[in-house]
Design a protein around this ligand. Sequence first.
Ligand code: SAM
Length: 296
Amino acid sequence: MPKTEHWQWYVEEFAPTEQHHHAIDTVYYAGRSQFQQVSIISSPVFGKMLILDGDTQSSQNDEKIYHETLVHPALAGAHDRSDVLILGGGEGATLREVLRRSDVKRCTMVDIDGLVVDLSKEYLPEWSDGAFDDPRARVIIGDALKFMREDNDRYGVIISDLTEPLEDSPSNILFNEDVFKLIKSRLTDDGIYVLQASTLGFHNLSLHAKMARTLMKHYKYVTSFYTAVPAFDNDWAFLACSDSVNLAKLDPAAVDQYCAALKGENFFYDGETHRRLFSLPLYVRRALAAQGPVFS
Ligand code: SAM
């Protein structure tokens, strides 16, 4: 490997005082869509990476950790997997994971940014792995909020794979009380809403706790789970929300049975991993139990 001074660097800034430097092998694309800054690069350690507004969205070498965690606990616990809705999900990997179950009859993915979807198809085809061409996939380019306001269907599982709700992000409008109510109204009575719910890193653990606290007002069970995602250089958190299913209580043997019916092999998730995902350290449990701000 050349010495550090010969490399160009992609510097991801988590906070004004926290950065991760990724050496760049190749820049495949760098430009601006109508909604966000889009870059596709490759790094020696993580392979190809999608970066939106300076935030790593996923990397070739560890995206399965993120996408299997986002999708499979919810699908494993769902009463009805036949109709699934994905909010966001640009790269197509969340769609890929959902469609690995043959009992999914339709999966709708709504992403606001057609450029991200097109670039993902062109430069990151490993992520979708044919999912965009699956006859069960319904891919809509549009705002997920507008879609949910106009669509009257109800889904057994809704998966939010949106960018972080930062002030200038197109996902910001999806994080407030009214939208959380709207999402619930689009779920079946025993449905599950699962979302990528930000970092558990010390620089912004409060955002995850704020999401959890807000959702606790809407659902009987709101469960945090997490794993390290190496390309994010952080523990990454997710939330599962339901009035009828507590995913933390899923039996690992039932998870293994669910996984055995998936097309192809998992990289990360199985019954044993499920147990670890839902086992939270004390400081996280304390942060979740504490009083604090909520989305209004
Ligand atoms: N893994 C990711 C992360 O770490 O934040 C999220 C992945 S995915 C690439 C996020 C997608 O959310 C993007 O493709 C973006 O275009 C989409 N998105 C943001 N706001 C949206 C909105 N209002 N409606 C639909 N899609 C949206």
